[in-house]
Structures are given as C-alpha cells and as structure tokens.
Design a protein around this ligand. Structure first.
Ligand SMILES: NC(=O)c1ccc[n+]([C@@H]2O[C@H](COP(=O)([O-])OP(=O)(O)OC[C@H]3O[C@@H](n4cnc5c(N)ncnc54)[C@H](OP(=O)(O)O)[C@@H]3O)[C@@H](O)[C@H]2O)c1
Length: 335
C-alpha cells in the first residue's frame, strides 16, 4: 500500500509559500508486530508547526528535512497487528500531513466516546480546546467577575476561551476579544463578547479602543498574538492582572529577533503576572477537561466553528491561511 505525504527540503525564511512543500508518494513497509495502519479522514494544521520548520529544538523537536511532516490527525484503522486496535476503530495520532499513516500502536489513541463529530477531537475537544481551558483556568486563574481580554479571539483556541470566560464570568465581568475581520467581529458579538479589530491600527490606537471597550481594564489577558496586541493589552491591565502567554503568532514568521513592547514596565506598575505555558505539560488534566467541556459541546452549548479545506493537496494552503487569518474557529483538512 502507498502513502502520500508532505515533506520540506529547506528551512523557510520568513513567511513560507507553497513551494516549500513537496507532496511525495512511497510504499509503506509491511505492517510489523505492534503496529497499526490508519486511513486519515481529518488533518489538523496548527500555528506551532511553523516553529518546527525552523530546524531548531524548542519545547518540541524540529521537523526532519525530507521526512514526512507530522501533526494531529484522526482516521480509521484499516489494518492492525496490535490487540488494542481493530479494523474500523476511529483513532487520533500525530501521523498527519499524509493520507495513510503507519504507526506504533502506543502512539495511537482511541477517540473518546462523547457523541460529537470526530474532527472535534482535533479542535474544540482536542489540543486547541484543552489549551483554551488550561490557559484560562490553570495559568490565568480566571475568577468570576474578572474582565478578560483575548487576542485571536475567533480562532480555535480563542473562540473557546471567550465562551468559557463568558460562562464563568457570572458576576458581570466583561469579555473582550480582538480579531481581524468583520465576520469574526460579528461572530464574537453574537457570543456576547465585545469585539475589537486590530487591523490597520498601531498599538496606541488599539490601546485606546480597548480602553473604550473596557474602561476598568483587564484582570486577565489571554495572549495568542504578541506584537501590538501585547503592547495594547499591557496598557489596559488592572492591578494584579494575570497574562497567560499561549502564543505569539504575529512573531512566528520573523526571520530575526524583533524588539518587544516598550511598555513592559506596566507589569511592574500593575503588579501583574505573565506566564507562558505549553499544553502538553498539562496533558494529565485532559480527562478533566473532557468531563467539563465535552458535555457542553455535545449539548450544543459551545458555538464552535471549523474552516475546512478539502483534499490532502490543500494541506499547505490550509496551514498558510492561518497566518492570513482566513479561518474562523479550527482550521482543518478533510480527506
Ligand atoms: N501554548 C500552547 O500549548 C499552545 C497550544 C495551541 C495553540 N497555541 C497558540 O495559540 C494561538 C492560537 O492558535 P490556534 O490554533 O487557535 O490558531 P487560530 O487562532 O485558529 O488561527 C490563527 C489566527 O491568528 C490570527 N493571526 C494570524 N497572524 C496574525 C498576526 N500577524 N497578527 C494578529 N493576529 C494574527 C488570525 O486571526 P485574525 O483574523 O483575528 O487575525 C488567525 O486566524 C497561536 O499563537 C498558537 O501558537 C499555543
């Protein structure tokens, strides 16, 4: 059996284009003891993959040039030589960016039993959802009544953060989301979130707009973007604010270091705490996340969205679109 997969041959400089990616075909080796073969049905593309293309070890190993790229995927077991999996099982694993994956069974997990479409386990009930829940609760320690600011608020992570914050903010705290298009702002407003655009604004203007949106300032800033969003957020913190640094997508395509915000002293002035986190360090809490958020999703109480590209060939395009803001909710590839 053959597998089609993507590789990169070079480390990109700046924002990559589609020429970076090669679609290759290879015959799979015979299935070994303890291995499973999975026909992928959905692939995840995520901003963190950009960092893995740089050839530098961060909190995760870089992609190997010339080898199949990796990423989260769900699919159906089509052959198994491991007693834990049988043909037809629906599973999740990291053998994405390809149509058929052959994996050691230890690297494959059965999908949880909550009654949701299987691709939800790549988005709202997968790594992005777990990230939203962890950052808001464990890292930022959000309390009822807190005013919460979220950047990239209509994305996979951000759109769950704002909804969890709304649900928890029962004592009248305000939730403000920053996003980049009118459709996204409209969606956020429909969720009861005060939406603020960052497009065509410098940090000073964004600061002013956040002040109008929430004159009392923010107790929590859920950081997905960095750059001007961070600078503007720092100007609008309340005393004792907590910043959960989840991501800084505005910086991922920089090819040299860029000076940080000039107003970091606001952390001192507002006696704020700023903490980065990586969701995989908290993965032992995934069952608690599923227990809490899974039923909300199954009952339709979370408005989660997906932006879907069809066909393996579209995987690089889907990935690159994350940096244009072309997605609402989770960006996915359907095979
Ligand atoms: N710490 C962790 O463990 C962890 C885990 C998962 C994700 N993350 C991080 O969380 C963030 C969101 O990830 P996601 O998967 O949910 O992606 P996403 O928000 O679904 O997609 C990325 C969004 O970022 C915004 N964006 C892109 N380039 C931008 C720029 N230059 N300036 C401002 N906004 C920009 C776009 O929305 P607009 O149209 O609104 O600009 C785009 O839709 C990323 O920074 C990611 O790296 C961290």
């Amino acid at each position: 059996m053959q597998s089609r997969f993507f590789t990169i041959q070079n480390h990109p400089q700046g924002l990559p284009d589609q020429n970076l990616f090669n679609l290759e075909t290879a015959a799979l080796p015979e299935l070994g003891d303890g291995e499973v073969r999975v026909r992928n049905t959905w692939l995840s593309v995520d901003p963190y993959m950009r960092g893995r293309m740089d050839g530098v070890t961060t909190y995760i190993e870089p992609f190997t040039l010339g080898s199949p790229l990796e990423g989260a995927a769900v699919g159906e077991v089509i052959a198994s030589r491991d007693s834990r999996f049988a043909e037809g099982d629906r599973v999740r694993h990291m053998g994405g960016w390809r149509d058929v994956a052959q994996l050691v069974a230890d690297q494959v997990e059965a999908l949880p039993a909550i009654d949701v479409p299987e691709q939800a386990y790549l988005g709202v009930l997968g790594m992005p959802g777990m990230t939203a829940w962890t950052g808001l609760n464990t890292i930022a320690g959000m309390q009822a009544g807190d005013n919460v600011l979220v950047s990239a608020a209509s994305g996979a992570v951000g759109s769950l953060v704002v909804q969890l914050a709304k649900a928890k903010g029962v004592k009248g705290g305000k939730v403000v989301g920053i996003a980049g298009s009118q459709a996204k702002l409209d969606w956020l407003e429909s969720l009861g979130v005060t939406a603020v655009s960052y497009r065509n604004k410098d940090a000073q203007q964004l600061s002013k707009d956040l002040k109008v949106a929430c004159p009392d300032g923010f107790d929590v800033y859920y950081e997905n973007v960095g750059g001007d969003c961070l600078e503007a957020a720092l100007n609008n913190l309340r005393v004792g604010a907590r910043i959960a640094v989840c991501g800084m997508i505005a910086r991922y395509n920089d090819d040299c270091p860029v000076a940080g915000p000039g107003n970091l002293a606001m952390i001192l002035i507002r006696r704020a705490r700023m903490q980065g986190f990586i969701v995989f360090d908290h993965w032992d809490q995934y069952p608690s996340f599923l227990n809490e958020v899974g039923p909300l999703v199954a009952r339709g109480e979370i408005d989660y969205r997906e932006t879907v590209e069809d066909g393996l060939e579209k995987t690089p395009e889907a990935f690159l679109k994350l940096f244009e803001g072309a997605n609402q909710g989770k960006m996915l590839v359907r095979l």
